[in-house]
Write a protein that binds this ligand. Structure first.
Ligand code: HEC
Ligand code: HEC
Length: 319
């Protein structure tokens, strides 16, 4: 009997020892790196691509990379990233060769945007956006814009502040967060004459679903409609003071969602932050002024077709 207990004791001690070594290892090493696939891609710059690219960059990248002092995409401290992820800084993505992405190839940028793997192979955790399902044409437009002579992206020699990921982030990057795989075929643009298809594309690729479903942790980025509580609201993004800003239910439920809204109400809220009889929308609900009425209206049309979820979410207010 004693012998068995002794063996058991040694076994438990060994397991605890292994766990301790594992935790120490995670703490001392960096976020994991992956092989960088060489992508043969050269952005095609046309006036249409530049215009579209600017619009997408304003809606999808500027909120995190725009520095209010330089008025360029030189990066900043991300005060709205959950503090348990560490001290997060977005990086300089102007064309500066030393601090920006002037020495990245177009292929390296595509690879990062699709998979989350940076030029140096390191995985970029979920505090950096990824675009695994965006149409090739739109990805081309964003990269063409990043290479353009727009004042937002011209070379600006502002040094990066490296992100200091927490232990939790490093651990999650070993066990939960994984890069997406590179699409193996062309992703086509939605049919612009089909409002529901266009609206679905925008609702997914402008990340509306990621904030407006139940929780970032249970979102499905490869097939957004499989996210838990898809568009039922209740997710908890943070504002710039690091406080929770609950997201609303955008399903067609008549009591708790937007089932009784008109298309016009919706366009006003999404594009200008105006809500009838209520206070204006606040950060992080960006006013999407770059969307055309047709695009914002198409999102509305699409949202009216998804399953209604009954989930009442109050707005968050702080004094
Ligand atoms: C939610 C905030 C957020 C959004 C949105 C975002 N980024 Fe980032 N980005 C970051 C953070 C934070 C980092 C630093 C990541 C790290 O340390 O691994 C980063 C890193 C990068 C890098 C790597 C730079 C380097 O020098 O390592 C590139 C390139 C980049 N982002 C481009 C973009 C583009 C293009 C978009 C729009 C399609 C975009 N990002 C949207 C937060 C964001
Ligand atoms: C970064 C997270 C985030 C993203 C991305 C986001 N939203 Fe929001 N949204 C919010 C938050 C938070 C609120 C509540 C704001 C408030 O209470 O002031 C909100 C509110 C709204 C409302 C008002 C709903 C109501 O019942 O009051 C609408 C409509 C809306 N968002 C639509 C959209 C659409 C469409 C998109 C994509 C184009 C989008 N949101 C993307 C966070 C987000």
């Amino acid at each position: 009997m004693k012998k068995i207990l002794k063996i058991l004791g040694i076994g438990i001690a060994a397991i605890l020892g292994l766990i301790a070594i594992f935790l120490l290892y995670i703490g001392l090493t960096d976020i994991p790196s992956y092989k960088v696939e060489q992508i043969d891609f050269h952005a095609k710059s046309t006036p249409q691509a530049l215009e579209r690219g600017k619009k997408l960059t304003m809606m999808l990248c500027a909120n995190c990379h725009m520095n209010s002092e330089t008025r360029k995409l030189t990066g900043k401290r991300m005060l709205d990233a959950p503090p348990e992820f560490g001290k997060i800084y977005s990086q300089n993505i102007t064309q500066d060769k030393e601090y920006g992405i002037g020495n990245w190839t177009d292929g390296e940028i595509v690879y990062l945007l699709r998979t989350g793997i940076k030029k140096n192979g390191q995985y970029s955790p979920p505090y950096m956006a990824k675009l695994p399902k965006m149409a090739d044409e739109d990805i081309n437009a964003i990269i063409a814009f990043l290479r353009s002579d727009d004042p937002m992206v011209v070379s600006s020699a502002i040094p990066d502040t490296p992100t200091k990921p927490s232990f939790l982030t490093k651990l999650l990057c070993r066990v939960a967060f994984k890069p997406f795989s590179m699409p193996n075929k062309t992703i086509e643009m939605p049919d612009p004459n089909n409002d529901i298809e266009l609206g679905k594309y925008l609702a997914h690729n402008l990340d509306c679903f990621s904030c407006h479903s139940a929780d970032f942790k249970t979102n499905n980025y490869m097939d957004p409609s499989l996210s838990e509580g898809y568009f039922g609201g209740g997710n908890k993004p943070l504002n710039e003071e690091g406080r929770v800003m609950l997201t609303q239910n955008l399903t067609p439920d008549k009591e708790t969602g937007i089932g009784t809204w008109t298309k016009e109400d919706f366009i006003n809220t999404v594009k200008y932050g105006i809500k009838k009889g209520e206070n204006a929308m606040r950060y992080p609900m960006a006013p999407y002024t770059q969307l055309t009425d047709k695009e914002a209206g198409a999102i509305f049309e699409y949202l009216q077709t998804i399953p209604a979820i009954s989930n009442k979410v109050e707005r968050s207010f702080y004094n």
